[in-house]
Design a protein around this ligand. Structure first.
Ligand code: URA
Length: 218
C-alpha cells in the first residue's frame, strides 16, 4: 500500500484538521461536517493525478480541443455514518461516479472495551475491474476496513483501490497495509501514533459520527 500522509507537508489541509480536532470549534457541527467535506475535496484532487486518463475531444463554439480526462469506471463507497460528509466532498469533485454505501458498527459482546465490527447494510454496484474509492473517515484499528473488504468479495474484484481518510492511527494503517492489495493507495490528512483501550485515536478528535450528527443510543 502506498501511503500519502498530508500532515507531512504544509497545506490548507492542516488548518481543516486543526479545526476538526479543536474541542471549541467542534461544537459547530455544520463547520465540522464542512471541514471533513473540504478535506475530501482536496484529497480527491490529489488522488485524481494518479488515475488512468484517456483523451477526449470536445467541440467548442470555435473549434475542437483534445483533453486528457480520468477514466469513468469509478465506484465511490462510504462507510456510514461519518463517511457521509467525506462522501459528499469526494462526490463534489468526482461527480459522475457510481456510488456504494456500507454500514459498519462496533459491537461490544460483553460490554467491555473489546469489540467486533459488524456490517449490517451494503448497497453497491459491481466492482469488477473498476477503481474503488473507499471513504473511511477514521482509520483507527483497521477492523472496519478488514470487514468491508470481506463484504465486497461478492461484488467482484476492483482493479485498483484508493482509501480516503481524514485521520488514522498507526495500528490501523499497519493492518490495512497487510490486508489490502499491494497496489492500494491511502490518502490521509493526518496520522496519530496511538489508540486508547476503546480503540479511539489519541489525541484524535473524538467520535466523528457524533460530532457530525449528534450522539446516539448504543
Ligand atoms: N471512530 C471515531 O469516530 N473516532 C475514533 O477515534 C476512532 C473511530
Amino acid at each position: 500500500m502506498t501511503i500519502h500522509d498530508f500532515s507531512k507537508e504544509n497545506s490548507l489541509i492542516n488548518k481543516y484538521i486543526l479545526e476538526v480536532r479543536d474541542v471549541s470549534i467542534q461544537k459547530d457541527r455544520m463547520r465540522f461536517r464542512r471541514n471533513i467535506e473540504r478535506i475530501g475535496e482536496i484529497l480527491s484532487y490529489e488522488m485524481s493525478k494518479t488515475l488512468e486518463y484517456s483523451s477526449k475531444t470536445v467541440q467548442t463554439p470555435l473549434g475542437e480541443k483534445t483533453v486528457n480526462v480520468p477514466n469513468s469506471d469509478i465506484v465511490l463507497c462510504s462507510i456510514l455514518r461519518a463517511g457521509i460528509p467525506l462522501h459528499q466532498g469526494i462526490l463534489n469533485y468526482f461527480d459522475g461516479v457510481e456510488n456504494a454505501f456500507i454500514s459498519a458498527y462496533r459491537y461490544h459482546p460483553d460490554g467491555g472495551d473489546e469489540f467486533e465490527v459488524h456490517i449490517k447494510y451494503l448497497a453497491s454496484p459491481s466492482l469488477e475491474g473498476k477503481t474503488l474509492i473507499l471513504a473511511d473517515p477514521m482509520l483507527a484499528t483497521g477492523k472496519t476496513l478488514e470487514n468491508v473488504l470481506k463484504a465486497f468479495e461478492s461484488h467482484g474484484t476492483p482493479k485498483q483501490i484508493h482509501i480516503i481518510s481524514i485521520l488514522g492511527a498507526k495500528p490501523g494503517i499497519d493492518l490495512a497495509d497487510i490486508i489490502y492489495p499491494k497496489n492500494t493507495h491511502l490518502w490521509i490528512a493526518a496520522v496519530d501514533d496511538a489508540l486508547n483501550e476503546r480503540g479511539y485515536i489519541v489525541p484524535g478528535l473524538g467520535d466523528a459520527g457524533d460530532l457530525c450528527y449528534g450522539p446516539r443510543l448504543d
